[in-house]
Design a protein around this ligand. Structure first.
Ligand code: F6R
Length: 648
């Protein structure tokens, strides 16, 4: 009986899903695993063609989405002997104009990530040529299109999706039957590329791209989307109406497209955001909380004012059936949220802690705040940092990476000249230092915009960030001996592409935790950011905890996660909400201001034009407004945390 019911529910869910998702989507816990799966499907297709004595025609994408797929293909080639001799590739696009030797070119990208590491025949590689004469583009693009057809069309096309909904560089307005052509890049696409080009002003305005029509002819299409920043556009692409203003929606008409997403990118899909509208739910406490918060915001009423009608008119009658009345559910969720709020992030001494987020004992805790870059501590949890120190805990801040790539050259030059002039003025006899600074100065004077920094310059930039981090932590009340720098090696490449995490990275983190033996650890919990520095820093912390799990004291160590500069935890996931008064918020702003090199116009502003202090304040004010709207107390701002439980 039970099993047939389960079966019914599953097929019902499948049916219901189809009414929302017009393309098959699989959600993966980790983008890494999804990428491995895609790479293995491609490897299988290559091998099958080899057996049939045929070539596989592969359409390739660039950008961050396919990187792990290429890594896995290279691994399969090296470790399992997969040959690429029978593979013909066509890349989707290339910037225009663009020299193939430029590090921003897609030729450079493809060589770096795939072609230089496998045995593909050079003559089988096709990438749109960014150096063609402007007058020749139509003829060139037609010949690119014809070449694909001459090989019998694309067997598999890999795609990422841009935040404009572009596939390839088919920006909004691209039509379904468009072919390879010269296009203008959307302003948002150019902004997203700005970090790779060392500033928006260096990003080309144009590109050559295969058309939607060219892509739609592929026999199989794999579309990938990783990370929360893709969630909203992915939902539109998969669930929205087909429209040329979101070109990826055309894929809904393709008979064999598969979409692969991680949890971050899946966040806005109806089955995740509002599963109660899609099918029958397994009502856990977390899901009930999520549903009640959603309902309260939808009908714009505080939780305690929600009625039975509100529940049943909005697809939540299941809950009323289970609980008998809205009153009981409302009280339960209201209390749950109320208990997240505390002005005592380190625990309130001598208080009943049965419904508080933190333990009362020990009253004075040892605390580590891990900060991936030298400013995440104050940006993401400056108010809590200040409170922990004020409330007498032994707080240590540990900066995980040097952050050296995010310092402008002109700032480095200013410091070099300062030191140089100090040495000259005081006639300090330090030949070697003098020579080294002369070299650094010369390097910066001749540096091209896309050139990685020399080791000397990297050291100087790292020191600039160190001095700012010290100023910020001192401002929060820390003595110098409680400020630590790890300079984790994975970060030290001088470019935005980092090395894989190593044992040395993990040992550094584990060594610090072991030395301090903290009761609380705070860390950046950007679980949905698949490639970024924050994610690697978090992985190192997880690995360090694992390494130390046999130690008795580690059982008493709670790990609290804060979110990075851009996102906040979904409200139902918040387990500790630390309110900030207007004065505390202002103090936090001043702590962020200590990071001078990141003010006004940081080299890596991300996808948001506001300054870091503005983002932080907007985010903290927004969390407070959500709590207020749900019917809880009204605060100026709130910093939010979720607790990571290792037995989860
Ligand atoms: C790249 C391309 C683009 C990207 C898209 C997503 O060849 O055609 O459509 O796939 O902009 O970029 P990432 O993967 O960097 O988010």
């Amino acid at each position: 009986m039970a099993s047939s019911k389960k079966k019914y529910q599953q097929s019902d869910l499948k049916y219901q899903l189809k009414t929302f998702e017009k393309i098959p989507v699989t959600i993966w816990e980790e983008s890494n695993d999804a990428s491995i799966h895609i790479a293995q499907s491609i490897a299988l297709a290559i091998r099958q063609k080899q057996q049939d004595g045929e070539q596989l025609v592969l359409g390739l994408a660039t950008g961050s989405s396919p990187i792990k797929v290429y890594d896995e293909l290279v691994r399969i080639h090296k470790e399992e002997g997969l040959s690429f001799q029978n593979v013909v590739t066509f890349n989707l696009d290339e910037y225009f104009p663009m020299e193939p030797t430029s590090p921003q070119s897609y030729v450079y990208f493809m060589n770096e990530y795939l072609f230089n590491h496998v045995d593909i025949k050079r003559e089988n590689i096709h990438i749109p040529d960014g150096t063609i004469n402007m007058d020749d583009w139509e003829e060139y693009c037609n010949s690119y299109e014809k070449k694909i057809d001459a090989y019998g069309g694309l067997d598999i096309q890999l795609l990422g999706i841009g935040r404009t909904g572009h596939i390839g560089f088919n920006e909004p307005g691209s039509w379904i039957n468009s072919t390879t052509r010269l296009v203008k890049l959307d302003a948002l696409t150019r902004r997203d590329a700005a970090a790779d080009f060392g500033g928006l002003e260096n990003v080309p305005y144009r590109a050559i791209t295969m058309g939607i029509g060219s892509i739609m002819k592929a026999r199989t299409i794999y579309l990938m989307a990783w990370g929360q920043h893709k969630a909203s556009i992915l939902r539109k692409a998969v669930e929205g109406k087909i429209t040329s203003s979101i070109p990826a929606t055309f894929l809904q008409n393709h008979p064999n497209t598969k979409v692969f997403v991680d949890k971050g990118a899946a966040e806005s899909l109806s089955r995740i955001r509002t599963p109660w509208r899609v099918g029958i739910c397994n009502w856990t406490d977390d899901l009930i909380c999520k549903a009640v918060i959603w309902l309260s915001r939808k009908v714009k009423k505080p939780i305690l004012k929600l009625t039975d009608e509100d529940y049943s008119e909005n697809g939540l009658s299941d809950l009323i059936i289970e609980y008998a009345s809205s009153y009981d559910i409302n009280i339960q969720i209201f209390n749950r949220l109320q208990h997240t709020i505390t002005g005592w992030p380190g625990g309130k001494p001598d208080a009943d802690d049965s419904s508080r987020p933190e333990r009362a004992k020990p009253a004075k805790k040892r605390v580590i705040i891990f900060s991936p870059h030298p400013d995440d501590d104050v940006i993401s949890m400056g108010g809590t940092f200040l409170r922990l120190v004020r409330q007498g805990h032994e707080v240590h801040v540990v900066y995980q990476t040097s952050g050296n790539i995010a310092v402008h050259d002109h700032d480095a030059m200013r410091y070099i000249e300062f030191i140089k002039e100090l040495i000259d003025k005081q006639e300090i006899p330090c030949e070697e230092i003098n020579k080294s600074y002369e070299r650094a100065k010369k390097f910066l004077r001749n540096k091209k915009f896309d050139q990685p920094d020399s080791p000397e310059v990297r050291i100087i930039k790292g020191l600039i960030r160190r001095s700012e981090a010290r100023a910020g932590a001192r401002f929060c009340g820390l003595p110098d001996e409680q400020i630590h720098f790890l300079d984790m090696p994975f970060y030290e490449t001088g470019t935005s592409r980092k090395k894989p995490i190593s044992k040395k990275d993990v040992d550094l983190v584990a060594g610090m935790i072991e030395k301090i033996q903290p009761h609380q650890v705070y860390a950046a919990g950007d679980l949905a950011d698949p490639h970024g520095t924050h994610r690697v820093c978090l992985d190192a912390i997880f690995a360090a905890f694992n390494q130390l799990k046999s130690k008795k004291w580690i059982k008493d160590c709670w790990l609290w996660l804060y979110r990075g500069a851009w996102h906040e935890w979904p409200t139902h996931e918040i387990e500790m909400a630390v309110p900030l008064s207007p004065q505390e918020l202002m103090k936090k702003r001043r702590a962020i201001f200590m990071h001078q090199s990141q003010k006004d116009h940081p080299p890596f502003p991300g996808k948001d034009e506001r300054e870091f202090w503005q983002r932080a304040e907007d985010r903290n004010r927004k969390t407070a407004a959500i709590y207020r709207d749900l019917g809880l107390a009204e605060y100026e701002a709130i910093e939010a945390f979720a607790r990571w439980k290792f037995d989860k």
